[in-house]
Design a protein around this ligand. Structure first.
Ligand code: ADP
Ligand code: F6P
Length: 498
C-alpha cells in the first residue's frame, strides 16, 4: 500500500465514519504485515470521494485485537478504530451481520436477536463516536455510513452539537412490518435521528423510516423531515440519494491496453466461447446465487445453451466467512456447481467456471469487457454497484444486463432485462431473451443504460448529499432524486397520501 506516513495532529473539516476502512490490515504467510483493498460496495463508492475531498476516514482496519496508529493514505488521514476479537464476534458478525443484515434484506435469512450482541453494538458505536468527536474540527461535516453505525449520529450530536452530521444507509431500510421485530427499534430510530440528513438508496427507504418515526417516537414528522426535540431542536431530513461509481475511472481502466490484453487472455483461457455469461458478487445469500446457478444449470441441461459454445463465469469474493449462513452458502454453491458441471458438458472446459476469490479491479474490468450477458439477480440489494460497473466497463455494443427488480439499481436502470429472482422459469426466459434479442434492441437498451451511469456518477451523488447537508436539507424540495415521489407524498397512519 502507498502512503503509510504517520498522520499529522490537525483536526479534519470533513470526516467519513464507516465500519470498514478502505484497506484491511492482513498478516501474510511470511508473517509480514500487508494492506489490501477491503471488500464491498461501500469502499468502491467512497474511496474516490475521499481521494477528491481529503479529510479523515474513521473505521476498523479488519484485524481483531490490534491497535494501529493513524496514517496518511491517498491524500487523507486514516483513523483506525480497534475491535477486540469478542467485539468482532458480537458487534460485527453478530448484531451487524446476523441480526440487522438479514432483517434489512427482507429477512431472506432468519434474523437472530441476542441482548449481548446489541450491548456490544452500542459499545462499539460509542467508540466510533468518541474517536470521531476527537478528530473532527469545530463545525466540521461528518458523514456516518451504513447499518453497522446507526447509533453514532445521536451519540456524536450529544458531545459535539456543533457538527454537521449526515448519515447514509447503503442497504435497504425495511418496511415497518419487519423493522418492528427488532427489540431495539427505538434506539436505532433515535440514533439515526441524531443526524441532520439521513440518506437512503431509494425513496421507499426514506418513507419506511419516516413512517416508523411517526409511529414509534414522539417526534413530529412533516413532509420529509422530523423535528427532534432534544438538546435543543434540530430537524432531521430523510430522502433518497441513489449511490453510484466513479464511472469514468472504471471506463478508463477497461479501455487500457493492459485490460484489453487481459480480456484476450481470459477469452483464450475459456476456449473462445461464442457466449460469455457473467456473475460478479460478494458471496452473500442476498445476492441470489443459489437461484442464479440453478437457472443457468437448467438452461444447459435442457439444451437451451450449448456448453461447447457458452460459458457461465461466476466469481464470488469471500465474505463474512465465520457467520453460519455464509458458510452454508459457500458449501451449497460448491455442491451445486460441482453437480451441474459433472452432469452437463463433455470432458473439456466445464459449463460453469466458478472462482471463489477476490480479483483486482483490472481483472474484473476484463471480465466485464468480455461478458455478453451480465447477471445481477439479488433477492434484495440496497443498490448493487456491480451492475453499474458492467455498464461503465463493457465497451462492445451488444452487451446485455439482466437485473433483479429487487436491486435498488432497478429504479434507475430501467432498460435492463428485469427478473424476479424467485421465479426460476421467468428468470430463465429473461436470460434467454437477453441472449437472443435483436442486435438493434440490445444496442438501444445498452446505450440508454450507459448514458444513465455516465450522467449519474459518484461525484454527483456525493455533491448532492453534501450540499443538502450543508444547508441542513433546506434545498431538498428543489431537486428530487430520479423516480422520487413528490416530497409532499408521505405516510399518515399507515396510508400513503399526497
Ligand atoms: P455489496 O455492497 O453488497 O458488496 P455491490 O455490488 O454494491 O455489493 O458492491 C460489490 C463490490 O465488490 C463491487 O465494487 C465489486 O466490483 C466488488 N467485487 C465483487 N466481487 C468481487 C470479486 N470476486 N473480487 C473483487 N471485487 C469484487
Ligand atoms: O453496503 C454493504 C456492505 O455491508 C458495506 O457496509 C460493507 O463494507 C460491504 O458490504 C462488505 O461487507 P463487510 O464489510 O462485512 O466485509
Amino acid at each position: 500500500m502507498e502512503n503509510t506516513d504517520p498522520a499529522s495532529d490537525e483536526s479534519a473539516t470533513f470526516v467519513v465514519v464507516a465500519n470498514r476502512l478502505p484497506v484491511d490490515r492482513i498478516v501474510n504467510q511470511d508473517g509480514e504485515v500487508d494492506w489490501q483493498t477491503a471488500p464491498g460496495g461501500l469502499v468502491t463508492a467512497l474511496e474516490p470521494v475521499m481521494k477528491q475531498r481529503g479529510g479523515a476516514w474513521v473505521g476498523w482496519h479488519g484485524a481483531p485485537d490490534e491497535e494501529v496508529e493513524p496514517f496518511q493514505h491517498d491524500g487523507y488521514t486514516v483513523e483506525p478504530v480497534p475491535l477486540s476479537a469478542e467485539e468482532v464476534e458480537e458487534y460485527y458478525e453478530g448484531f451487524s451481520n446476523a441480526t440487522l443484515w438479514p432483517l434489512y434484506h427482507d429477512a431472506v435469512a432468519f434474523p437472530e436477536y441476542h441482548r449481548e450482541w446489541f450491548d456490544a453494538y452500542e459499545r462499539v458505536n460509542q467508540r466510533f463516536a468518541e474517536r470521531t468527536a476527537n478528530v473532527a474540527a469545530q463545525g466540521a461535516t461528518v458523514w456516518v455510513q451504513d447499518y453497522q453505525l446507526q447509533l453514532v449520529p445521536r451519540m456524536l450530536r450529544e458531545v459535539r452539537p456543533d457538527l454537521n452530521i449526515g448519515f447514509f444507509l447503503h442497504i435497504p431500510f425495511p418496511p415497518m412490518e419487519l423493522f418492528q421485530q427488532l427489540p431495539w427499534r427505538r434506539q436505532i430510530l433515535e440514533g439515526l435521528l441524531g443526524a441532520d440528513l439521513v440518506g437512503f438508496q431509494v425513496p421507499g427507504g426514506s418513507s419506511n423510516f419516516l413512517r416508523l418515526v411517526r409511529r414509534r417516537t414522539e417526534h413530529k414528522v412533516e413532509r420529509d423531515r422530523a423535528t427532534v426535540n432534544r438538546n435543543g431542536d434540530h430537524q432531521c431530513v430523510a430522502r433518497a440519494y441513489p449511490i453510484s461509481i466513479d464511472t469514468q475511472s472504471f471506463s478508463d481502466l477497461a479501455q487500457s491496453d493492459e485490460t484489453k490484453a487481459e480480456a484476450e487472455a481470459l477469452l483464450e483461457e475459456l476456449g473462445h466461447p461464442s457466449l460469455v455469461v457473467l456473475g460478479v458478487d460478494r458471496l452473500d445469500y442476498t445476492k441470489g446465487l443459489r437461484q442464479r446457478v440453478r437457472a443457468m444449470g437448467e438452461l444447459f441441461a435442457e439444451g437451451k445453451l450449448d456448453p461447447h459454445d457458452a460459458v457461465f463465469l461466476q466469481v464470488a469474493t469471500p465474505s463474512r466467512e465465520r457467520v453460519d449462513e455464509y458458510r452454508k452458502l459457500r458449501d451449497d454453491i460448491d455442491l451445486l456447481v460441482g453437480r451441474i458441471n459433472s452432469q452437463v458438458g463433455g470432458v473439456g472446459r466445464p459449463p460453469i467456471v466458478y472462482r471463489h476469490q477476490s480479483f483486482p479491479r483490472s481483472s474484473l474490468a476484463a471480465m466485464y469487457q468480455i461478458a455478453d450477458v451480465m447477471l445481477v439477480t439479488p433477492l434484495r440489494d440496497g443498490m448493487n454497484l456491480v451492475a453499474k460497473e458492467y455498464l461503465a466497463c463493457h465497451s462492445g455494443r451488444d452487451g446485455a444486463l439482466v437485473l433483479s427488480e429487487f436491486a435498488g439499481a432497478a429504479r434507475e436502470l430501467r432498460q435492463a432485462y428485469m427478473v424476479n429472482p424467485y421465479d426460476l422459469d421467468g428468470m430463465k426466459e429473461a436470460i434467454m431473451h437477453a441472449i437472443t434479442d435483436t442486435k438493434q434492441n440490445k444496442r438501444r437498451r445498452l446505450r440508454a443504460l450507459k448514458k444513465q451511469v455516465a450522467e449519474n456518477d459518484i461525484s454527483k451523488w456525493a455533491d448532492r448529499f453534501l450540499s443538502d447537508l450543508d444547508d441542513k436539507g433546506q434545498s431538498v424540495d428543489r431537486a428530487k432524486a430520479p423516480g422520487e415521489p413528490s416530497p409532499s407524498m408521505f405516510y399518515v397512519d399507515g396510508e400513503q397520501t399526497s
